[in-house]
Design a protein around this ligand. Sequence first.
Ligand code: URA
Ligand code: SF4
Length: 188
Amino acid sequence: MAQKSWEALEETCYSCKKCRLWELRTNVVIGKGNPKADILFVGEGPGQQEDLQGQAFVGAAGKLLDKMLASVGLSLETVYITNIVKCRPPGNRDPQEDEKQACLNYLRYQLKLIEPKIIVCLGRVAATTIIDPEFRITRQRGIWFSKKGYDFIATYHPSALLRDEEKKRPAWEDMKAIRKRWDELKGQ
Ligand code: URA
Ligand code: SF4
């Protein structure tokens, strides 16, 4: 990928066979939203609907995420949403270490194209992969970390909110904190 462009990224990803996840995928899912967003959300990997439709966060978890974003005045016009791995892990199992490492170059490339200021990890897989391997989501969500010039925060994955209603309130507090940090950055 010599030339930095979304076209180059798409071309490379759509034919990628760098890890075993290519074998069962229907579609590679790169991401959606504003390609110049200040805020980048990173999930885990495509689920069944995402794999079938070739679009990130379009299933039940995605619908909840849309609502949470809207509740703090954010939308796909102001954020970009992607995943740690771009192909669906079978049965929605966790992506394995070698699969994550194989795919991370695409996330790094997206970071260079988007140049976000805030990176939001949705759930344990994203947080342990890009903030700290020892990250504990229940204890460390909602806390800001500075790393490599980005502001990082982690919150619960929307799928976790669908399983446990009690996580919704803290996740909403995190969304409000993200909105507030974004307002502060814009005011600078
Ligand atoms: N869960 C994720 O982590 N990513 C998606 O795109 C959909 C569900
Ligand atoms: Fe390539 Fe990533 Fe898909 Fe693996 S998950 S085949 S590295 S695009």
